[in-house]
Design a protein around this ligand. Structure first.
Ligand code: MIC
Ligand code: SF4
Length: 643
């Protein structure tokens, strides 16, 4: 039976377990990446494991999220991360170097390797034929300390592409089409594997755009083959030596499959407030206040050049604020050298530094009830920093054209720019601080007052009796659980401070409820914890005494983060039982020490005198982690990835 590309790579990295969907496997990790808003936690956890140095081929610590230094906090975090990078032999990418996923693609990603990153959009690396997975900071810390990663073996979903993209249709429209068909839950439990003749008509950065937003499908990761296009891209980046041709077997069997004829695609948009609210762009005269171009989804050289060409000789509409953030310092340099930057500036665009910026609410919050078009990947309510703003996700072409017209505009009637990629992209090296020789490295890290210890759980008790303090609906995001914006990002290493803001996108008094009840349970609907990989969405509940979350289903990374902190991720055996539970109900789980790991758990709703069956399907490792009260307590039992 032929093999998928995803399984070929997983198999070549397999250290333990069987490649059977649903079973947990342990794989060797070649590379890790962190960014600054999850990195402080990851490096605190790495320190707690006391390794001498990282056990990967390459690890990079990027600074790209918390870029506003309006107080000492972000600067403290950056100094801590820089010192941890030096102590453990990690490459440090200074602020200004660019967005982690874009820079990693340019400088470090290698076909056929396994990369794990403390950011949900790490799958961007699948554009180069790598298995690149987003994970919680603690999983990445273990990846660095031991060179290993545990994951539930995913199924493989084939997306067969034929044809080529029409003018003014972007790779963004391909992934929006996939989201339209499959929704934000459609990729859960799968690796999305792109195949077919159409693949040849997409550049590596197009492929990266598609893999990037596979995160919005809930997929474990996404991957493209590594072919001549990949070789040429690596050559232009000055690292042809990293090329390795890779493809699935011709008779590979997939667990699921869809086909997309690229020729038939038109420009699409995801309307407020979900990436799967995909709409055709009609001439409805939706007036636009702000346009933001950039983010790890659409900030490549090719995308920036298309934008510059569309803006050339034109004027940004007087009512629109257009902001542009190129994905890396090197892209910014190229734009400045070839004149594209001037075209952008002459049109009236605001140029931002190469960083996440508005995508994570670091500035550029739209005006009240404002309409913002963004080439980004998430448009959850409030994420832009303005609760009542309406954010539409679009391609760079749609964004640039709409910035000129002042309305959400279908770009297909405009003449399409033709972009030639240069023979060499050149490089900018001085934003990297490379590791020193082992004996010359610093021995301690630098901890400013912003860095507070993180909460640690204790061993699993035999009985838990707590109230439901909050009942939520479907698709709760980690942006709901622990919101992020310019005011809160500086506190990513300060869990007590973040605790006051838990769930504030939905209710005002979560912290108070938790304090009054000495913790409790949370109830959720489908796909609980989708979105960001931030483990703060588990650490804050842990700090507030949450013992378990009962949901219809969980998003992959968040479920792992809950287990890593020792919080029980419980699933309704019968989804209708969701209706039976209310805020204030007193719940009891008895005999946990005996029953955990045995499958279903019986939950007593004490005040209603009824029982409900809950599923807790765990690998033996996950069971042990929960028994010990979290992954850090358990990590002493781990051995490394070197066979
Ligand atoms: C995001 O896009 O939501 C983030 C900010 O990059 C997060 C990480 C974080 O919360 O720090 C992610 O995608 O994992
Ligand atoms: Fe940064 Fe936005 Fe990408 Fe997250 S999605 S890594 S915030 S650019």
């Amino acid at each position: 039976m032929g093999k998928t590309l995803a399984y070929k790579i997983l198999e070549s990295h397999l250290l333990e377990g069987n490649l059977k969907p649903g079973e947990e496997i342990k794989v060797k990790v070649n590379q890790t990446l962190t960014q600054d808003s999850t990195g402080t936690m990851a490096y605190l956890q790495l320190e707690a494991m006391e390794p001498e140095e990282v056990q990967t081929d390459l690890s990079v610590a990027y600074i790209d999220h918390n870029m506003l230094q309006s107080g000492f906090e972000n600067a403290d975090d950056h100094a801590f991360i820089a010192s941890a990078a030096e102590k453990y032999g990690i490459i440090f990418s200074k602020p200004g170097g660019g967005i982690c996923h874009q820079v990693h693609l340019e400088r470090f990603g290698i076909p056929g390797t396994i990369l794990i990153g403390s950011d949900s959009h790490t799958p961007t690396g699948g554009g180069l034929g790598a298995i690149a997975i987003g994970a919680g900071g603690l999983d990445v810390a273990v990846g660095m300390a031991r060179g290993i990663y545990y994951l539930t073996t995913p199924k493989v979903f084939q997306v067969e592409l034929t044809g080529s993209l029409p003018p003014m249709v972007n790779a963004k429209d391909v992934i929006l089409e996939v989201l339209r068909r499959l929704t934000v839950k459609g990729g859960v439990g799968y690796i999305m594997e792109y195949t077919g003749e159409g693949v040849k008509n997409l550049s590596v950065t197009d492929r990266a755009t598609i893999c990037n937003m596979g995160a919005e499908l809930g997929a474990t990761t996404s991957i493209f083959p590594s072919d001549e296009i990949t070789r040429k891209y690596l050559k232009r980046q000055g690292r042809e030596k990293d090329y390795l041709p890779l493809s699935p077997d011709a008779d590979a069997i997939y667990d699921n499959s869809i086909s997309i004829d690229l020729n038939t695609l038109t420009p699409l948009t995801a309307g407020p407030h979900s990436p799967d609210n995909v709409l055709e762009i009609k001439d409805e005269k939706i007036k636009v206040d702000q346009v933001a171009i950039g983010s790890c989804t659409n900030s490549s050289y090719g995308d920036m050049m298309k934008v510059a060409e569309i803006l050339k000789g034109k004027q940004v509409h007087p009512d629109v604020s257009l902001v542009i953030s190129p994905g890396s310092a090197n892209i910014l340099r190229q734009l400045s050298e070839n004149g594209a930057l001037s075209q952008m500036i002459l049109s009236g665009a605001r140029i931002l530094e190469s960083a996440c910026g508005p995508c994570i609410g670091m500035g550029q919050a739209p005006k009240s009830e404002g309409v913002s078009l963004r080439t980004f990947n998430r448009n959850f309510k409030g994420r832009s920093g303005t609760k009542d703003a309406k954010v539409y996700l679009v391609s760079p072409e749609t964004a640039a054209v709409s910035a000129i017209t002042g309305y959400l505009t279908d770009p297909s009637t405009w003449s399409a720019p033709v972009i030639e990629e240069p023979d060499s992209y050149g490089k900018v090296d001085h934003y990297f601080v490379y590791p020193k020789e082992k004996d010359k490295r610093r021995k301690t890290t630098m901890m400013g007052p912003n860095i507070k210890p993180f909460p640690l759980n204790t061993a699993l008790p035999n009985t838990i009796e707590k109230k439901i303090i909050f009942k939520a609906g479907d698709n709760i995001t980690t942006d709901d659980i622990v919101p992020s914006n310019a005011k809160l990002l500086p506190y990513r290493s300060n869990i007590p401070h973040l605790a006051s803001f838990a769930f504030t996108t939905l209710i005002d008094d979560f912290e108070q409820r938790a304090k009054e009840n000495h913790g409790g349970f949370i109830v959720g609907g489908e796909n609980y914890g989708q979105g960001s990989s931030r483990e703060h969405a588990a650490l804050v509940p842990l700090y507030l005494g949450i013992v378990g979350v009962i949901a219809k289903s969980f998003a992959r990374i968040h479920r792992s983060n809950l287990i890593n902190t020792g919080i029980l991720p419980l699933v309704f055996k019968n989804k209708e039982d969701y209706e039976k539970l209310e805020e204030g109900d007193l719940l009891r789980l008895d005999n946990l020490k005996e029953t955990i790991g045995q499958g279903d758990l019986r939950l007593k709703v004490v005040n209603k005198d009824i029982d409900i069956l809950l599923e807790l399907t765990l690998s033996p490792r996950e069971e042990a982690v929960l028994r010990e009260g979290g992954y850090l307590n358990y990590s002493k039992h781990l051995d490394g990835g070197k066979k």
